[in-house]
Ligand binder design. Structure first.
Ligand SMILES: Nc1ncnc2c1ncn2[C@@H]1O[C@H](COP(=O)(O)OP(=O)(O)OP(=O)(O)O)[C@@H](O)[C@H]1O
Ligand SMILES: O=C(O)C1=C[C@@H](O)[C@@H](O)[C@H](O)C1
Ligand SMILES: [Mg+2]
Length: 188
């Protein structure tokens, strides 16, 4: 975890004057840590625009994420993800929920650190399984196809330090989405 830098701030103020001088709030984390859910709450609180890079990718590709993986492969998905991220982060005043793998490329991590405050959400293995595998939600996540718990274990191993570059980390294991949003805002 790097020091909480002031570098993510600009001269811009948000519409409700709750925060001063911010660029974007960029939420990273493993699948099921709550990026999409929490981004909605934080954007509502700040009166900021909310963007989900997974949604932007679907719109740009004209098909759902599992279809992109199946038809074009993961590498093509990652290329599109990088392009979408760069385009989104050229703007400011947004709460940006990213895909779970958006942190894998150094170029993306640099873009995010330059684009605003990067907040990593974490959760323990059991919570992740309950959130994404338990509710039949796994179908929308191609990397969890098959035995979702086993896939989560493998990915957690390969991505162990992948989210450590963020300015701020919040463990969501024992927090409700509202509490996570509150904690995030208190640290922004
Ligand atoms: N703090 C929380 N406590 C309990 N459940 C949560 C919490 N945050 C999110 N959830 C639930 O977990 C599921 C996954 O959340 P969400 O889609 O926001 O995750 P995500 O990080 O955006 O995942 P992905 O990387 O796959 O897009 C949803 O059903 C959501 O309601
Ligand atoms: O963790 C990942 O690599 C992914 C997470 C999702 O948000 C999607 O971006 C996609 O399913 C890949
Ligand atoms: Mg999401």
């Amino acid at each position: 975890m790097i020091e909480h830098a002031e570098s993510w701030k600009t001269e811009k103020t948000d519409v409700r004057g709750l925060q001063t001088a911010q660029k974007n709030i960029i939420i990273v984390g493993f699948m099921g840590t709550g990026k999409t859910t929490v981004s909605r709450l934080v954007a509502d609180r700040l009166g900021w625009v909310r963007v989900d890079t997974d949604d932007e990718i679907v719109r740009r590709a004209g098909k759902p994420i599992p279809a992109i993986f199946a038809n074009e492969g993961e590498a093509a998905f990652r290329d599109l993800e990088s392009r979408v991220l760069a385009r989104v982060l050229a703007r400011s005043g947004q709460v940006v929920a990213t895909g779970g793998g958006a942190v894998l490329r150094e170029k993306n991590r640099r873009l995010m650190l330059d684009g605003g405050l990067v907040v990593a959400l974490t959760a323990d293995r059991e919570s992740l399984i309950a959130r994404v595998a338990g509710g039949g939600d796994a179908a929308s996540r191609p990397l969890l196809a098959g035995d979702a718990a086993e896939r989560i274990d493998t990915l957690l191993r390969t991505r162990r330090n992948a989210y450590d570059f963020a300015h701020v980390a919040i463990d969501t294991t024992r927090l409700s989405p509202e509490e996570v949003a509150e904690e995030l805002l208190s640290r922004a």
